[in-house]
Design a protein around this ligand. Structure first.
Ligand SMILES: *Cc1c(COP(=O)(O)O)cnc(C)c1O
Length: 390
């Protein structure tokens, strides 16, 4: 009989270079492989399992909805998605929400809203959107076009037109693009996750928001990875003190179930109208009930914990032997090591912790409620491994 690892290799499209770990189950921040080996989970399924694995309250909320109604279609009213939209609006100041099923879809919606707003308010030729070099916005043809990294574009041309790439932390480059092109929006991550966990300079982010006002274009913030408590605020734009016109989010919103959301603020709340956008699964009751539970758990106490844990990681690893730098925000952390990151990652796994990579860095995205003792143990292992493998 084939093992499930062999079946995976035989039947699943070869798009992922998987680590040699076969995870079977978990509880909180601990996960177990099929042989019963225990690991501390430091990536939460890439910033998805906000409350860790199989959280009891979360599982109960999902199961209760599952037994009541699993899907209705968007032709009918449904309580969980209305409740979720209300929570999102009340906690952000957004006026309207559109639900999809992933980060790429949330960004597709944000891009459609930006183009629509531009067409209606400025003219159809104002379709250009400025994004940043080294950004990541998704894998669909349009979100790939938005992604400012050539490596992702190769083989897939022609991509959707109308994306221009500015430089992070260089306001002049953004203003040059805004003044020379007919634009409807600037779209950016506040911490470039896939790009190497690089937090934008707060002055740059504030400067971009001012330029958006000066040139009458929308500010679109991609919070697919930074959102839902990961930054230490519910959304990272709140930490930066800027006011976006559109926010996209996904990953951690459902705590493990697929859901994405596009939040529209004052300027954009009335752009979408019937027939302009839609999604069969978008607003699915189970995914929404799951997200309602997750957001209710992300309260001031949990956000403060995220900030404290973040400060602990920065202060313990910064300047530690074998570590060049620590970057990021909240519990979204990149660690540049002297030694080769792949070697260090493997040693981490041998020592029972599961971080991941972002470019040449070790990346940590633990569950927001990771217990202190597991976090301390993980940081000690990273210190030891970085120092022994330089
Ligand atoms: C992961 C990610 C996406 C894509 O999300 P998917 O759910 O994989 O489509 C988009 N933007 C950012 C910033 C991301 O981190």
């Amino acid at each position: 009989m084939m093992s499930f690892k062999e079946k995976d290799k035989e039947y699943i499209a070869n798009t992922y270079a998987r680590f040699d770990v076969e995870i079977s189950h978990g509880k909180g921040s601990l996960v177990y492989d099929i042989n019963g080996r225990e690991y501390i989970d430091l990536s939460s399924g890439i910033a998805v399992n906000t409350l860790g694995m199989a959280d009891d309250g979360w599982a109960d909320a999902v199961y209760a909805q599952l037994k009541k109604c699993q899907h209705t279609s968007n032709l009918y009213y449904s309580e969980p998605c209305a409740t979720l939209a209300e929570i999102l609006c009340k906690r952000t100041g957004a006026k309207k929400v559109f639900f999809g099923n992933s980060g790429a879809e949330a960004n597709e919606c944000a891009i459609k809203v930006a183009r629509l707003w531009g067409a209606v308010n400025k003219g159809e030729e104002y379709y250009n959107i400025i994004t940043l070099k080294n950004s990541f916005h998704g894998r669909t043809i349009t979100t790939l076009a938005a992604t400012g990294q050539d490596v992702f574009h190769k083989y897939f041309n022609p991509l959707t037109e109308g994306f221009l790439y500015g430089e992070a932390n260089n306001l002049g480059s953004i203003e040059a693009l805004l003044s020379e092109n007919k634009c409807c929006a600037v779209m950016m991550e506040l911490v470039q996750g896939e790009g190497g966990v690089l937090a934008l300079d707060p002055d740059f982010a504030l400067g971009v928001s001012k330029l958006c006002e000066k040139y009458n274009v929308l500010l679109v913030i991609d919070e697919v990875q930074t959102g839902n408590g990961r930054s230490g605020e519910l959304y990272a734009y709140q930490a930066y003190g800027i006011k976006p016109d559109v926010v996209s989010t996904a990953k951690g919103l459902g705590g493990g179930l697929p859901i994405g959301a596009c939040l529209m603020f004052d300027k954009t709340e009335s752009t979408l109208a019937p027939s302009l956008h839609g999604s069969t699964f978008g607003g699915n009751p189970i995914a929404c009930a799951s997200a309602v539970y997750v957001l209710n758990r992300i309260d001031e106490a949990l956000l403060n914990e995220v900030k404290e844990k973040s400060a602990y990681i920065f202060s313990t690893l910064n300047g530690s032997d074998g570590i060049v730098s620590v970057s990021g925000l909240g519990l979204m952390i990149g660690i540049e090591t002297v030694g080769d990151v792949s070697v260090i990652l493997n040693k981490c796994m041998e020592n029972g912790i599961l971080p991941i990579k972002a470019k040449n860095k070790l990346r940590l995205l633990p569950p927001l409620n990771i217990p202190w003792e597991l976090l301390e143990k993980s940081v000690e292992i990273i210190k030891k491994v970085a120092s022994e493998n330089k």
